[in-house]
Ligand binder design. Structure first.
Ligand code: ITT
Length: 210
């Protein structure tokens, strides 16, 4: 049975491949496919003002287009000293010409002079799962930390090199995938929605048997 992981972000895709690897559809193997695998090029406009709204928009649009059970997430970084920015605009912070490194360097610049105790931040992720019939479920996960003074570490993607995970005192990019996939906002959102996903997978496997 095919299930769509509806993202164009390769970092997210890699993480989902690890996070979902142990799931089956009632014993049957699952073929996790991406938008690229299906040749879906349509961009869904993220017009929502919350992670939840945008996650719903993406999952619904791509489930309709693919006819598959579909998982999407909307995620980002909230920096308290910036009033919660970049938030839902994390992927586009500073404009479309910047890459991941350009965006985190801009963030470090915006926080220049902000003292240690005022650099608190969190990653937030809302996962949405939609059936082709339009049944929709969401769950949220967060990961608390603070913004470093300089980038460190080679793993992960996005803002990972400048996000210090409080409980480890190291950046997400230093911690690596094994630890990230236990503690991240994405891992926590997926953990919260896992029972629903398991139920939907079994139901869909039975339906595709008929
Ligand atoms: P899709 O919409 O195709 O999934 P996207 O990158 O546009 O890809 P979002 O709109 O959800 O996805 O934006 C998320 C941005 O937030 C992402 O581009 C990163 O800059 C940042 N981000 C989210 N999760 C992250 C993580 O685990 N580590 C570092 N940065 C992250």
């Amino acid at each position: 049975m095919k299930v769509l992981i509806a993202t164009r972000n390769r970092g997210k895709l890699r993480e989902y491949a690890d996070l979902l690897a142990d799931l089956t559809a009632g014993g049957q193997p699952i073929e996790w496919v991406s938008l690229a695998d299906l040749g879906i090029e349509r961009e869904v406009e993220e017009t929502g003002t919350t992670f939840e709204e945008n996650a719903r928009l993406k999952a619904t649009a791509y489930a309709r287009e693919s006819g598959l059970l579909t998982l999407a997430d909307d995620s980002g970084l909230e920096v308290d000293a910036l009033g919660g920015a970049p938030g839902v605009h994390s992927a586009r912070y500073g404009g479309p010409e910047l890459d991941d490194e350009g965006r985190y360097r801009l963030l470090l610049e915006a926080l220049k002079g902000v003292p240690e105790g005022k650099r608190s931040a969190r990653f937030r992720c809302v996962v949405a799962i939609t059936t082709p019939e339009g049944e929709l479920h969401t769950a949220e996960g967060t990961c608390e930390g603070r913004i470093a003074r300089e980038p460190k570490g080679e793993h992960g993607f996005g803002y990972d090199p400048v996000f210090v995970v409080e409980e480890y005192g190291r950046t997400m990019a230093e911690l690596g995938p094994e630890i990230k996939n236990r503690i991240s906002h994405r891992a926590r959102a997926l953990e919260a929605i896992r029972p629903v996903l398991a139920t939907l997978l079994v139901r869909h496997a039975e339906e595709s048997d008929d």
